[in-house]
Design a protein around this ligand. Structure first.
Ligand SMILES: [Cu+2]
Length: 168
């Protein structure tokens, strides 16, 4: 009589624990927490700073400077991104989509010969978009009781049958 009851209780507790743990692995990386990485022009007027940045796919890369003495731009060597004409005030952002990880080199067109260039290292992410994560959570919350109810009922029926047999 005690054993089936114990099994039932154990099963009811273990199943939700296993299910919840399984879902946690998907949440290990989220894209929404990433701050934009800002690249500007240093005091020499001919260098980007930082000249090398490491970012993640979907993280914002922002080229920002204002009141510069000279006009600058940031143009990726294969045209992946381009801030436009050289300006003394620039606020240009670019986002590398998922799957575009790699190393990118860009230049400032008017000062290319002076070595005004920068490198962006884009690392891949495994995360889903925030919208997908929310919907996954909804699904697991909804499916959990639906899944537990039939299995719990079956175990209870099974347990009661064993008890019935024993009492006969
Ligand atoms: Cu420049």
């Amino acid at each position: 009589m005690i054993r089936p009851l114990l099994v039932t209780i154990l099963f009811c507790f273990l199943v939700p624990i296993i299910t919840v743990n399984g879902d946690f692995s998907n949440d290990s990386l989220t894209t929404t927490d990433y701050e934009p990485v800002i690249v500007t022009v240093d005091s020499t007027n001919f260098r980007f700073t930082p000249s090398e940045v490491t970012i993640y796919e979907t993280q914002e890369l922002r080229f920002f400077w204002s009141d510069e003495i000279l006009g600058h731009n940031a143009v990726e060597e294969n045209g992946i991104f381009d801030s436009g004409n050289p300006e003394t005030d620039v606020d240009y952002s670019f986002i590398f989509e998922v799957g575009t990880n790699g190393t990118y080199t860009y230049i400032c067109e008017p000062h290319e010969l002076m070595g005004m260039e920068g490198i962006v290292i884009v690392k891949p992410i495994i995360a889903e978009s925030p919208v997908q994560e929310e919907s996954n959570q909804e699904v697991s919350e909804k499916s959990l009781p639906n899944f537990l109810l039939p299995s719990t009922l079956m175990i209870l029926i099974f347990a009661s049958k064993i008890n019935l047999r024993k009492s006969l």
